[in-house]
Design a protein around this ligand. Structure first.
Ligand code: KIV
Length: 294
């Protein structure tokens, strides 16, 4: 018997594209906003069919699909390629592209140029950048002023995990939580349309959420925010290891994929595959004529 929660594909998934006003409407109505990452065409088709509201081409793809040790080394061109493939698989969700480390910090001009590439080349509806310090806030402001919606990201920000002391929860003291709150408020003040809270205590997330007007999407930030985001490979079990405390697994696809490929390998090695039903036929006369020639 499966140990995973029951999985159903909603039959009432809206066929209308999700827009910024629709996201705000959901927030106002108290309807949880569902966000998930995707990095390629098949993952995009899957999340589209599932009827999610928002899709993030996260720089987590550096680790989940490109095999890097962290999100730091991934290049802008690599993430753009993932974003373009994802776009091709989506019909309705709002698509957010994650600005990779080193693609926006240097100057406002660099940030706007990078964000433009996500919008023009990959068809992203918005971009996300990490951090709420003066540099990130300035870059968010510049991109918003250039006409591209920006999603903020505070708390645990993996691109700068080394500076934060590792991949661990943030905002666990009054001082640290106040800093997260100031960063979130600063990002809202420069026009971010939404913000991700990653790995902060639920009570802190709730308190800061109540002081913001924009939708807050949590990952390891408890239930009292406007929506949730999880990494595709975490929730479907397409990676080894347990993952962060906040991950809920809904499938064990890595095991299933390995089992499928092992069954194929076994069939090839034992001659069960390919069978007659997998081959193409040729008329006996044609085959006889060929035999005369070769
Ligand atoms: O890159 C990513 O997947 C993210 C989410 C965890 C929010 O930034």
């Amino acid at each position: 018997m499966s140990t995973f929660p029951q999985i159903t594909v909603p039959s009432d998934a809206s066929s209308l594209p999700v827009t910024l006003p629709r996201l705000l409407e959901k927030q106002a109505l108290g309807e949880p906003i569902v966000m998930v990452t995707a990095y390629d065409y098949p993952s995009a088709v899957a999340v589209d069919k599932a009827g999610v509201d928002m899709v993030l081409v996260g720089d987590s793809g550096a680790m989940t699909v490109l095999g890097y040790e962290s999100t730091v080394p991934v290049s802008l061109d690599e993430i753009l390629m993932l974003a373009k493939a994802t776009r091709r698989g989506l019909t309705t969700p709002f698509l957010v592209g994650d600005l990779p480390f080193g693609s926006y910090e240097v100057s406002d001009e660099q940030a706007v140029t990078t964000a433009m590439r996500f919008a023009k080349e990959a068809g992203c509806d918005a971009v996300k950048l990490e951090g709420g310090g003066p540099v990130s806030v300035a870059r968010a402001k510049a991109i918003v002023q250039a006409g591209i919606p920006v999603m903020g990201h505070v708390g645990l920000t993996p691109q700068t995990a080394t500076a934060l002391g590792g991949y661990k929860a943030q905002g666990r003291s009054a001082d640290a939580a106040e800093r997260v709150a100031r960063e979130a408020l600063a990002l809202e003040a420069v026009g971010c349309f939404s913000i991700v809270f990653e790995a902060i205590p639920s009570a802190v997330a709730e308190m800061i959420h109540d002081r913001l007007t924009i939708p807050v999407i949590g990952i390891g930030a408890g239930p009292n925010v406007d929506g949730q985001v999880l990494v595709f490979h975490d929730l479907l079990g397409i990676r080894e290891g347990r993952g962060a405390k906040f991950v809920q697994r809904y499938a064990d696809l890595l095991t299933e994929m390995a089992a499928g490929v092992a069954a194929y390998a076994d069939d090839v090695r034992t001659g069960r595959y390919p069978g007659p039903e997998h081959g193409y036929a040729i008329a006996p006369a044609e085959l006889a004529a060929l035999r005369e020639r070769i």
